[in-house]
Every structure is written in structure tokens, then in C-alpha cells.
Ligand binder design. Structure first.
Ligand SMILES: Cc1ncc(COP(=O)(O)O)c(C=O)c1O
Length: 420
């Protein structure tokens, strides 16, 4: 059945997929997902640690979120005007985030990034933006960077290089380099935008003090601090990375886990910034923003997450999984490298006989044998573990003891197979 679908897809979808991120998995078609597991069209079952690239933080087809959406859509989908659910959804979102005064809902993380950068530039009257090598903020011309070893420059054919002319790229976790970038462009930096924990390139937590220093530098130089919490939001804590690491940005972008798998993103932040949308001077628009489905999904997701138990489950499962994977590596004498937090961690192999190094930025990530893991990712899929080839593992609140046992057993079998 899958062979037929692959052929049909290749005939009508470029590359057989609807997002370039999925090109490496163009051969796989899923029939359904339930909780922490997926089933492909040939009936094969997988423990899922990709979670749709993050959104299925509550597991697939969460009954409470799905029921809320199903009930809400009986009243219509988009009105071209306001409805009570969107107010309720944003009130709950702000209560979760804790530090933000207002928010706008949208559809994708990419466009929310666009909105936040526009707000920062409008508020400061400046153009330049500091970003970090290897981080990802969406696929638009104005933000897409090459993901290669140096982590900067246009990321796509057809992307005019001048669209990135206002970017200043610096290494993550290096406060001194950041200070130097500010000083090299005095009075010109509108914003610093970052994944507060890098998850698109490794799973690299901020070094102690790094985010605090970043916050100070932004305040000192009058730049807007934007946390891109598309991955970390509602995953690392109910209040995202800002809560987990105890540093408050001026603006933050949420997506993925914010709506239990439904396509929703949000821009949240300080009132004086968000109000620039409110009087119409800064444009933020979208036909599907805060649709009935979106608002219902956010509202129900906030209810489920707000009970707190998802974070306990994820922390326990992720910790046990990381420990178990490391132990398997040791048992087999394989130089496995496992780094990150229980909710999002990175698995790879150390290269040659290099000692176990801690990866702190995009450059040091390149010291790992990333290509070997990408190949191994396919072996994992054959053995019933669904993960991204780039090494990130996402844990959901639906992963339980059975998934832990299955995942570790399958991983060990895959490793034996990989080693030949
Ligand atoms: C940190 C980060 N920002 C922005 C985006 C873009 O979000 P979307 O794919 O919803 O446009 C992503 C997507 O993976 C992301 O990981």
C-alpha cells in the first residue's frame, strides 16, 4: 500500500511531500497516531519521539482537545470578526506564560516570527537583528539561514541575499561575542531573536548566566529581546523557557505545543509593543488567525497543561529514556552522545576517539558524527522508533512505562543491527 502512495505522491507533490523538512521521510505514510504511537499504512507500529516535529506534546489525538474542537466547529469556523473563545484562549495563554500582557494568535511559527520582528523594528526605528548560528526561525526569505557548518547565509535557492543583510549572526552561549556585536553596531540593533534552548541544531541549553547577560545587554542597548519559543514554549515548562530559565523577554513566539497539535502560533509580549498592532500602525493580519478551531484547541490545551501532570510525566519519562539510552551505548561500547533536557534532547555519536564533549553551540555540534546518526535514524525507524534524522527526540505527556520499555529494547536492537 505504501509503495502505491509513494508513487502517487511523487506524481503530484514535489518531492512527494508538502514541507521540505519531510523530504528525508517521503517514503513513509502514516495511517493514524494515537497517544505516543504511530501506525503506518502497512500496519507497522512506532513509538513516536518526533511528535510531528513537536506539536503533539500531549500525544496524538488528545481526547479533551479533540472534543473541544469538535464541539466548537459545530458553530462555524471563521467569522471575519471576533468570538468569545479567542478571548478565553488568549487569557489562558497569558496566565500560563506569566510575564506577557497581550498576545495575538496566528497560524504558523514562521509568520509569528515575522510579526515579532516587525514590532521590534517599528518600536525601535532600527533594522538590524542579532541571531544565533544554527538556529531556525522559519522558512521566509527574511529569516531562513543555511544550516551548514557555519550556520549563516541564505538557506535556499531563490532567496535574495539582501533579505538577510540586516542580520548579525553570533555563536550561541557566548556572551562576550554578543557584547562585541552590540558594540560593533551601536544604536542599530532592533532585536535579538533566539531559541532560548537551541533545539533545531542539537539540544543545547543556555549556559548558566548566558540568558541573564543577554537580557542585560538588550536593556542596555535598547534592543527588543525576542524568545522564539516555538519549540520550547509549553514544553520546557507551562511558562516555557522563560519560566524554566528564569529570564523574561520583551516578546515571545509560540507555536507547536500551544494547541495540542492544531495549527496555531502566537506572539506574546509587553503591552507597549503589542499595542502597535492595536492602533493599526504595524500590520499583522491573517484570514485564519484565531479561527474557532484554533481558539478551542488553545483553550483546551491550556486546561490540560495547567493541571501540571504533563510536565511531571515528561520529566520522568525523558530522564529515564536519556539514562537508558546512555546505558545501552556504554553496554555496547558505542560512543553515543545524549544531551539536552528530558522534554527535548539530542542523540548522536561522538566522532572517532574524541572524548565526550559538551556541545555548547552550532560549531561544537559539528564535532559529532551527525551523518552517522542520520543513517542510524533510518535503522531506528525500521525497528519501530520514529525520530528526526537530525537527532532531536521530543517526549510527550502520553509516553508511559510501556513506551519506555519498548523504546529501549528497540533502540538496543537497532544499535546491534547498526553495528552489524
Ligand atoms: C524555533 C522555531 N521557530 C520557528 C519555526 C517555524 O514554525 P512553523 O514551522 O510553524 O512555521 C520553527 C519550526 O520548526 C521553529 O522550530
Amino acid at each position: 500500500m505504501s509503495a502505491d502512495l509513494v508513487k502517487r505522491a511523487a506524481a503530484v507533490l514535489p518531492g512527494g511531500v508538502n514541507s521540505n523538512v519531510r523530504l528525508p521521510t517521503a517514503q513513509t505514510f502514516f495511517a493514524r497516531g494515537h497517544g505516543p504511537r504511530l501506525w503506518d499504512v502497512d500496519g507497522k507500529e512506532y513509538v513516536d519521539y518526533l511528535l510531528g516535529q513537536g506539536p503533539a506534546f500531549l500525544g496524538h489525538a488528545h481526547p479533551e482537545v479533540n472534543a473541544a474542537v469538535a464541539e466548537a466547529v459545530t458553530r462555524g469556523m471563521v467569522y471575519g470578526a471576533q468570538h468569545a473563545l479567542e478571548v478565553e484562549a488568549v487569557e489562558k495563554l497569558l496566565a500560563a506564560v506569566g510575564w506577557a500582557d497581550m498576545a495575538r494568535l496566528g497560524v504558523s511559527g514562521t509568520e509569528a516570527v515575522q510579526g515579532a520582528l516587525r514590532l521590534a523594528r517599528a518600536a525601535t526605528g532600527r533594522r538590524k537583528v542579532i541571531g544565533f548560528a544554527g538556529q531556525y526561525h522559519g522558512w521566509l526569505d527574511t529569516v531562513l539561514m543555511a544550516h551548514g557548518p557555519d550556520g549563516s547565509g541564505p538557506g535556499s535557492l531563490g532567496q535574495p541575499p539582501q533579505y538577510l543583510a540586516d542580520w548579525v549572526v553570533t555563536p550561541f552561549n557566548d556572551a562576550e561575542a554578543l557584547r562585541a556585536r552590540f558594540e560593533a553596531h551601536p544604536g542599530q540593533i532592533a532585536a535579538v531573536i533566539l531559541e532560548p534552548m537551541m533545539c533545531n541544531s542539537g539540544a543545547i541549553a543556555p549556559r548558566p548566566g548566558f540568558l541573564e547577560r543577554l537580557r542585560e545587554l538588550c536593556t542596555e542597548h535598547g534592543a527588543v529581546l525576542i524568545f522564539d519559543e516555538v519549540v520550547t514554549g509549553f514544553r520546557l515548562a507551562f511558562g516555557g523557557a522563560a519560566q524554566r530559565f528564569g529570564v523574561t523577554p520583551d516578546l515571545a513566539i509560540y507555536g507547536k505545543a500551544v494547541a495540542g497539535g492544531w495549527p496555531v502560533a502566537a506572539i506574546a509580549g509587553r503591552r507597549e509593543l503589542l499595542e502597535l498592532f492595536g492602533d493599526g500602525r504595524v500590520n499583522h493580519s491573517g484570514t485564519f488567525n484565531a479561527s474557532v478551531m484554533a481558539a478551542a484547541a488553545v483553550s483546551a490545551t491550556m486546561d490540560v497543561l495547567g493541571r501540571g501532570t504533563p510536565y511531571v510525566t515528561v520529566e520522568e519519562h525523558g530522564t529515564a529514556l536519556m539514562t537508558g539510552l546512555r546505558a545501552i551505548g556504554e553496554r555496547h561500547g558505542v560512543p553515543l552522545h545524549v544531551q539536552g533536557l528530558p522534554a527535548a534532547f539530542h542523540v548522536s555519536f561522538r566522532a572517532g576517539d574524541r572524548p565526550d564533549t559538551t556541545v555548547v553551540d552550532h560549531a561544537s555540534l559539528q564535532s559529532l558524527d551527525l551523518a552517522r546518526y542520520t543513517r542510524f535514524g533510518k535503522v531506528l525507524a525500521e525497528h519501530g522508533i520514529w525520530v528526526a534524522g537530525r537527532g532531536i527526540w521530543y517526549v510527550s505527556a502520553a509516553h508511559g512505562e510501556q513506551e519506555l520499555a519498548d523504546a529501549l529494547a528497540r533502540f538496543e536492537r537497532a544499535l546491534r543491527n547498526e553495528a552489524g
